[in-house]
Design a protein around this ligand. Structure first.
Ligand SMILES: C[S@@+](CC[C@H](N)C(=O)[O-])C[C@H]1O[C@@H](n2cnc3c(N)ncnc32)[C@H](O)[C@@H]1O
Length: 268
Protein backbone atom coordinates (compact mmCIF):
# COMPACT_ATOMS: atom_id res chain seq x y z
CA UNK A 1 0.00 0.00 0.00
CA UNK A 2 1.17 3.51 -0.81
CA UNK A 3 2.61 5.00 2.40
CA UNK A 4 0.77 8.28 1.86
CA UNK A 5 -2.63 6.65 1.62
CA UNK A 6 -2.10 4.31 4.54
CA UNK A 7 -5.07 4.40 6.89
CA UNK A 8 -5.53 4.01 10.66
CA UNK A 9 -4.23 0.75 12.10
CA UNK A 10 -6.45 -0.47 14.88
CA UNK A 11 -6.01 -3.02 17.58
CA UNK A 12 -9.06 -3.97 19.58
CA UNK A 13 -8.95 -3.71 23.34
CA UNK A 14 -11.14 -5.87 25.58
CA UNK A 15 -13.70 -3.09 25.75
CA UNK A 16 -13.89 -2.92 21.94
CA UNK A 17 -12.45 0.58 21.85
CA UNK A 18 -10.41 1.01 18.67
CA UNK A 19 -6.92 2.22 19.51
CA UNK A 20 -4.05 3.26 17.34
CA UNK A 21 -0.92 1.24 17.02
CA UNK A 22 1.38 3.69 18.88
CA UNK A 23 4.45 2.38 17.07
CA UNK A 24 3.04 3.10 13.65
CA UNK A 25 4.20 6.62 12.83
CA UNK A 26 3.46 6.58 9.09
CA UNK A 27 1.11 9.23 7.63
CA UNK A 28 -2.52 8.23 7.93
CA UNK A 29 -5.83 9.18 6.41
CA UNK A 30 -9.10 8.97 8.29
CA UNK A 31 -11.72 6.79 6.62
CA UNK A 32 -15.11 5.65 7.86
CA UNK A 33 -14.25 2.25 6.42
CA UNK A 34 -11.93 1.68 9.37
CA UNK A 35 -14.96 1.41 11.62
CA UNK A 36 -17.36 -0.54 9.41
CA UNK A 37 -17.69 -3.45 11.82
CA UNK A 38 -18.05 -1.38 14.95
CA UNK A 39 -19.29 1.97 13.77
CA UNK A 40 -22.23 2.37 16.14
CA UNK A 41 -20.06 1.67 19.18
CA UNK A 42 -17.41 4.09 17.97
CA UNK A 43 -19.77 7.00 17.31
CA UNK A 44 -21.44 6.58 20.70
CA UNK A 45 -18.05 7.12 22.34
CA UNK A 46 -17.25 10.05 20.05
CA UNK A 47 -20.46 12.03 20.53
CA UNK A 48 -21.90 12.42 24.01
CA UNK A 49 -25.63 11.71 24.11
CA UNK A 50 -25.69 10.05 20.72
CA UNK A 51 -28.00 7.26 21.97
CA UNK A 52 -30.54 9.86 23.12
CA UNK A 53 -30.31 11.59 19.75
CA UNK A 54 -31.03 8.34 17.91
CA UNK A 55 -33.90 7.50 20.26
CA UNK A 56 -35.40 10.94 19.66
CA UNK A 57 -35.12 10.50 15.89
CA UNK A 58 -36.86 7.12 16.04
CA UNK A 59 -39.56 8.69 18.25
CA UNK A 60 -40.04 11.68 15.94
CA UNK A 61 -40.17 9.51 12.82
CA UNK A 62 -43.63 8.30 13.82
CA UNK A 63 -45.02 11.83 13.58
CA UNK A 64 -44.06 12.12 9.92
CA UNK A 65 -43.97 8.77 8.11
CA UNK A 66 -47.05 8.27 5.98
CA UNK A 67 -48.54 5.28 4.23
CA UNK A 68 -47.41 4.91 0.61
CA UNK A 69 -44.31 7.09 1.01
CA UNK A 70 -40.56 6.54 1.27
CA UNK A 71 -37.99 7.35 3.96
CA UNK A 72 -34.36 8.19 3.19
CA UNK A 73 -31.31 8.06 5.47
CA UNK A 74 -28.33 9.92 3.98
CA UNK A 75 -24.99 8.54 5.20
CA UNK A 76 -26.65 5.55 6.87
CA UNK A 77 -23.37 3.70 7.76
CA UNK A 78 -24.42 0.38 9.37
CA UNK A 79 -28.08 1.13 8.63
CA UNK A 80 -29.11 0.40 12.21
CA UNK A 81 -30.95 3.70 12.74
CA UNK A 82 -33.00 3.18 9.60
CA UNK A 83 -33.66 -0.43 10.58
CA UNK A 84 -35.01 0.74 13.92
CA UNK A 85 -37.21 3.34 12.23
CA UNK A 86 -38.49 0.65 9.86
CA UNK A 87 -39.18 -1.87 12.63
CA UNK A 88 -40.98 0.77 14.75
CA UNK A 89 -42.96 2.20 11.83
CA UNK A 90 -46.67 2.41 12.72
CA UNK A 91 -47.93 2.34 9.11
CA UNK A 92 -47.52 -0.18 6.28
CA UNK A 93 -46.50 0.25 2.64
CA UNK A 94 -43.42 2.34 3.36
CA UNK A 95 -40.00 1.90 1.75
CA UNK A 96 -36.86 2.71 3.74
CA UNK A 97 -33.79 3.62 1.74
CA UNK A 98 -30.32 4.13 3.13
CA UNK A 99 -27.54 5.75 1.12
CA UNK A 100 -23.91 5.24 2.13
CA UNK A 101 -20.82 6.14 0.11
CA UNK A 102 -18.41 3.81 1.91
CA UNK A 103 -18.47 0.31 0.40
CA UNK A 104 -16.96 -1.42 3.42
CA UNK A 105 -20.40 -1.29 5.08
CA UNK A 106 -21.86 -3.58 2.42
CA UNK A 107 -20.43 -6.80 3.89
CA UNK A 108 -21.84 -5.75 7.26
CA UNK A 109 -25.34 -5.19 5.76
CA UNK A 110 -25.22 -8.56 4.05
CA UNK A 111 -24.62 -10.38 7.33
CA UNK A 112 -27.90 -9.10 8.79
CA UNK A 113 -31.46 -10.22 8.34
CA UNK A 114 -32.96 -6.90 7.24
CA UNK A 115 -36.67 -6.19 6.73
CA UNK A 116 -37.63 -6.59 3.06
CA UNK A 117 -38.81 -2.97 2.79
CA UNK A 118 -35.31 -1.76 3.79
CA UNK A 119 -32.90 -1.04 0.91
CA UNK A 120 -29.34 -0.05 1.74
CA UNK A 121 -27.48 1.39 -1.23
CA UNK A 122 -23.75 1.92 -1.62
CA UNK A 123 -23.84 5.26 -3.39
CA UNK A 124 -22.74 8.88 -3.16
CA UNK A 125 -25.73 11.05 -2.23
CA UNK A 126 -24.44 13.61 -4.71
CA UNK A 127 -25.43 11.15 -7.47
CA UNK A 128 -29.09 11.62 -6.52
CA UNK A 129 -30.68 12.77 -9.77
CA UNK A 130 -28.46 10.60 -11.97
CA UNK A 131 -31.06 8.27 -13.49
CA UNK A 132 -28.52 5.50 -14.10
CA UNK A 133 -27.79 5.12 -10.37
CA UNK A 134 -29.80 2.91 -7.97
CA UNK A 135 -30.91 5.73 -5.65
CA UNK A 136 -32.64 7.67 -8.43
CA UNK A 137 -34.17 4.46 -9.74
CA UNK A 138 -35.73 3.54 -6.39
CA UNK A 139 -36.83 7.00 -5.21
CA UNK A 140 -40.19 8.12 -6.57
CA UNK A 141 -40.38 11.88 -7.21
CA UNK A 142 -41.77 13.98 -4.34
CA UNK A 143 -42.64 10.91 -2.31
CA UNK A 144 -40.47 11.18 0.81
CA UNK A 145 -42.26 11.72 4.11
CA UNK A 146 -39.00 11.70 6.11
CA UNK A 147 -35.33 12.31 5.36
CA UNK A 148 -32.79 11.63 8.09
CA UNK A 149 -29.11 12.49 7.98
CA UNK A 150 -27.06 12.28 11.15
CA UNK A 151 -23.56 13.80 11.06
CA UNK A 152 -23.15 13.40 7.30
CA UNK A 153 -23.80 16.86 5.83
CA UNK A 154 -20.61 18.11 7.52
CA UNK A 155 -18.62 15.81 5.22
CA UNK A 156 -20.00 17.29 2.00
CA UNK A 157 -18.21 20.12 0.23
CA UNK A 158 -19.84 23.42 1.16
CA UNK A 159 -20.77 24.12 -2.45
CA UNK A 160 -23.04 21.04 -2.53
CA UNK A 161 -24.97 21.55 0.68
CA UNK A 162 -27.57 24.11 -0.36
CA UNK A 163 -28.36 22.21 -3.54
CA UNK A 164 -28.83 19.00 -1.54
CA UNK A 165 -31.07 20.75 1.02
CA UNK A 166 -33.19 21.97 -1.90
CA UNK A 167 -33.39 18.49 -3.41
CA UNK A 168 -34.49 17.09 -0.05
CA UNK A 169 -37.11 19.82 0.36
CA UNK A 170 -38.45 19.41 -3.18
CA UNK A 171 -38.81 15.64 -2.78
CA UNK A 172 -40.64 15.74 0.55
CA UNK A 173 -44.42 15.53 0.64
CA UNK A 174 -46.22 18.45 2.30
CA UNK A 175 -46.12 17.70 6.03
CA UNK A 176 -42.86 15.75 5.68
CA UNK A 177 -39.67 16.43 7.60
CA UNK A 178 -35.91 16.53 7.38
CA UNK A 179 -34.06 15.55 10.57
CA UNK A 180 -30.37 16.29 10.53
CA UNK A 181 -27.52 16.61 12.99
CA UNK A 182 -24.19 18.34 12.59
CA UNK A 183 -21.12 19.43 14.45
CA UNK A 184 -21.11 23.21 14.19
CA UNK A 185 -18.85 26.12 15.10
CA UNK A 186 -20.18 28.26 17.95
CA UNK A 187 -20.87 31.90 17.02
CA UNK A 188 -18.68 33.25 19.81
CA UNK A 189 -14.92 32.47 19.91
CA UNK A 190 -14.81 32.00 23.69
CA UNK A 191 -17.77 29.62 23.60
CA UNK A 192 -16.21 27.73 20.68
CA UNK A 193 -12.95 27.28 22.58
CA UNK A 194 -14.69 26.27 25.79
CA UNK A 195 -17.04 23.72 24.21
CA UNK A 196 -14.29 22.19 22.09
CA UNK A 197 -12.08 21.60 25.13
CA UNK A 198 -14.93 20.28 27.27
CA UNK A 199 -15.59 17.91 24.36
CA UNK A 200 -11.97 16.72 24.48
CA UNK A 201 -12.38 16.14 28.23
CA UNK A 202 -15.31 13.88 27.39
CA UNK A 203 -13.43 12.05 24.65
CA UNK A 204 -10.52 11.37 27.00
CA UNK A 205 -12.80 8.93 28.83
CA UNK A 206 -12.76 6.72 25.73
CA UNK A 207 -9.69 7.63 23.67
CA UNK A 208 -6.05 8.44 24.29
CA UNK A 209 -4.75 12.01 23.77
CA UNK A 210 -2.87 10.78 20.71
CA UNK A 211 -5.99 9.27 19.18
CA UNK A 212 -7.94 12.46 19.77
CA UNK A 213 -5.29 14.70 18.21
CA UNK A 214 -4.60 12.34 15.32
CA UNK A 215 -8.27 12.20 14.43
CA UNK A 216 -8.54 16.01 14.55
CA UNK A 217 -5.63 16.20 12.12
CA UNK A 218 -7.07 13.59 9.80
CA UNK A 219 -10.50 15.24 9.75
CA UNK A 220 -9.07 18.58 8.59
CA UNK A 221 -9.63 17.84 4.95
CA UNK A 222 -12.93 16.03 5.48
CA UNK A 223 -15.06 18.01 7.93
CA UNK A 224 -16.60 21.24 6.63
CA UNK A 225 -18.33 22.63 9.68
CA UNK A 226 -21.08 25.18 9.38
CA UNK A 227 -22.56 27.54 11.98
CA UNK A 228 -26.02 27.38 13.48
CA UNK A 229 -26.97 30.70 11.83
CA UNK A 230 -25.88 29.62 8.36
CA UNK A 231 -27.59 26.25 8.70
CA UNK A 232 -30.89 27.88 9.78
CA UNK A 233 -30.68 30.42 6.94
CA UNK A 234 -29.96 27.75 4.34
CA UNK A 235 -32.80 25.50 5.52
CA UNK A 236 -35.24 28.40 5.54
CA UNK A 237 -34.07 29.69 2.17
CA UNK A 238 -34.95 26.43 0.40
CA UNK A 239 -38.42 26.46 1.98
CA UNK A 240 -38.23 24.60 5.30
CA UNK A 241 -40.37 25.97 8.14
CA UNK A 242 -40.86 25.15 11.84
CA UNK A 243 -37.11 24.68 12.09
CA UNK A 244 -36.29 23.50 15.58
CA UNK A 245 -33.13 22.44 17.37
CA UNK A 246 -34.33 19.51 19.47
CA UNK A 247 -30.99 18.12 20.72
CA UNK A 248 -27.72 19.76 21.65
CA UNK A 249 -24.49 18.46 23.17
CA UNK A 250 -21.32 20.57 23.14
CA UNK A 251 -21.07 21.80 19.53
CA UNK A 252 -23.29 19.06 18.15
CA UNK A 253 -26.90 19.83 17.29
CA UNK A 254 -29.95 17.90 16.10
CA UNK A 255 -32.36 19.87 13.93
CA UNK A 256 -35.91 19.23 12.74
CA UNK A 257 -37.01 21.10 9.61
CA UNK A 258 -40.50 20.64 8.17
CA UNK A 259 -42.14 21.09 4.81
CA UNK A 260 -45.38 22.87 5.52
CA UNK A 261 -48.32 23.26 3.16
CA UNK A 262 -48.06 26.53 1.18
CA UNK A 263 -50.96 28.20 2.99
CA UNK A 264 -49.23 27.80 6.36
CA UNK A 265 -45.71 28.81 5.35
CA UNK A 266 -45.79 32.40 6.56
CA UNK A 267 -46.90 31.40 10.06
CA UNK A 268 -43.83 29.52 11.20
C1 LIG B 1 -20.17 10.49 10.93
S1 LIG B 1 -20.80 9.23 9.96
C2 LIG B 1 -22.46 9.11 10.56
C3 LIG B 1 -23.13 7.84 10.19
C4 LIG B 1 -24.59 7.67 10.61
N1 LIG B 1 -25.44 8.67 10.00
C5 LIG B 1 -24.72 7.68 12.09
O1 LIG B 1 -25.15 8.69 12.65
O2 LIG B 1 -24.36 6.70 12.74
C6 LIG B 1 -21.00 9.92 8.36
C7 LIG B 1 -21.37 8.89 7.32
O3 LIG B 1 -21.69 9.53 6.10
C8 LIG B 1 -21.12 8.80 5.03
N2 LIG B 1 -20.96 9.73 3.90
C9 LIG B 1 -20.08 10.75 3.80
N3 LIG B 1 -20.22 11.39 2.62
C10 LIG B 1 -21.24 10.76 1.96
C11 LIG B 1 -21.85 10.93 0.68
N4 LIG B 1 -21.43 11.89 -0.16
N5 LIG B 1 -22.85 10.11 0.32
C12 LIG B 1 -23.28 9.13 1.18
N6 LIG B 1 -22.73 8.90 2.39
C13 LIG B 1 -21.72 9.70 2.78
C14 LIG B 1 -19.79 8.31 5.62
O4 LIG B 1 -19.23 7.26 4.88
C15 LIG B 1 -20.22 7.91 7.02
O5 LIG B 1 -20.70 6.59 7.08
Amino acid sequence: MDEKSKTFVFTLEDNDTPTLDENDTSPKTFSFSNFADQFDGHIEKSIRGYTDLRNDVVGMSKFFIEDGTQVLDIGCSEGTLLERIARDCPVGDVEFIGCEIENSFVAQWEKRDLPKELHLLNEDILDWGNDDKPLSKILKPNNLSLVVSLFTMQFLAERHRLELFKKIYDNLVDGGAFITSEKIFAQNAKVQNMLEFLYYDYKKQHFSEKEILDKEEQLRFLAKLTTENLLMKQLRSVGFRGIQIFWRNFNFIGVLAMKRPKEEMDDC
